[in-house]
Design a protein around this ligand. Structure first.
Ligand code: ATP
Length: 250
């Protein structure tokens, strides 16, 4: 059977904390071989959305499918197809780079794990750090290990929460290239959050602008600014973040 063309389908997803509605009925897809940027100001609901897709947070309502698997019904099958990297979720610092990759590889049941670890150590320029404990690595080096870990199981859906936030410009460019390779050459798709509009324009095939838990805009990051009378994606972002209704009135 051919694989489904969508790696993620989110329908009417909602999360409420008391009177606070963090995510307010959003629907979107991520296609195979596609990189989708989830953009929005601080507190817009991006991390809450990602945590629901990861199965860490229970939605108040709505549905999440990873490929053709409904997360709420077949949790372990759905989660076996995903992986994740974020600066706020570091790997255990008392394990070496190689030990971390081995432990997570075993958790994910990766076949041919020794060879897969070697490939990833080379791909993310980590060979010389293999016996170094993750806790003593610089934040940029730790980010590279986290990305290597996120690709161990060749996920169908890769979730990246500000993956290049702690990287220098040259390393960030290499990492973006690795992630693009992942998306274009394999069977996966990527949902990516970033506050760096230059990066988003370079990497994302499509962006979703979220504000106060709702998707306000969606489209090609290279064409959206012009479509809304703005010179740059950053200018559009600032308008959406400051005065969401202005777009409807324009
Ligand atoms: N456990 C919680 N209890 C109450 N409110 C919460 C909780 N978690 C998140 N929120 C609220 O939900 C909203 C969305 O938060 P979220 O972390 O998803 O935003 P974000 O878009 O990821 O922001 P940032 O760019 O700052 O990381 C915020 O107003 C936040 O204060």
């Amino acid at each position: 059977m051919p694989s489904p063309s969508k790696v993620l389908s989110v329908q009417e997803l909602r999360k409420q904390y008391g009177a606070t509605v963090a995510v307010d009925g959003i629907s979107f897809d991520v296609g195979r071989n596609e990189i989708v940027g989830l953009l929005g100001p601080n507190g817009a609901g991006k991390t809450t959305t990602i945590n629901m897709v990861l199965g860490v947070l229970e939605p108040s309502s709505g549905s999440i499918r990873i490929e053709d698997v409904e997360l709420s019904r077949r949790r372990s099958q759905a989660l076996a197809r995903t992986n994740f990297a974020a600066v706020y979720a570091p790997l255990p610092g008392n394990l070496t780079v190689q030990q971390n990759l081995r432990v997570f590889g075993l958790i994910y049941g990766v076949k041919g794990l020794t060879q897969r670890i070697e490939e990833l150590l080379a791909q993310f320029d980590l060979v010389r750090f293999r016996h170094v404990k993750c806790g003593v690595l610089s934040s940029g080096e730790q980010t590279r290990v986290a990305l290597a870990k996120a690709m161990l199981n060749r996920p169908r859906l890769l979730l990246l929460d500000e993956p290049t936030a702690s990287l220098d410009p040259s390393t960030a460019r290499d990492i973006r290239a690795r992630i693009r390779e992942f998306a274009t050459q394999g069977e996966g798709g990527v949902l990516w959050t970033s506050h760096n509009m230059y990066e988003v324009e370079e990497v994302c095939d499509r962006v979703l602008f979220v504000s106060r838990g709702k998707i306000l805009l969606e489209g090609d990051p290279r064409r959206l600014p012009q479509q809304h009378g703005k010179a740059t994606l950053e200018e559009l972002f600032i308008t959406v973040a400051r005065e969401p209704l202005a777009l409807e009135q324009a």
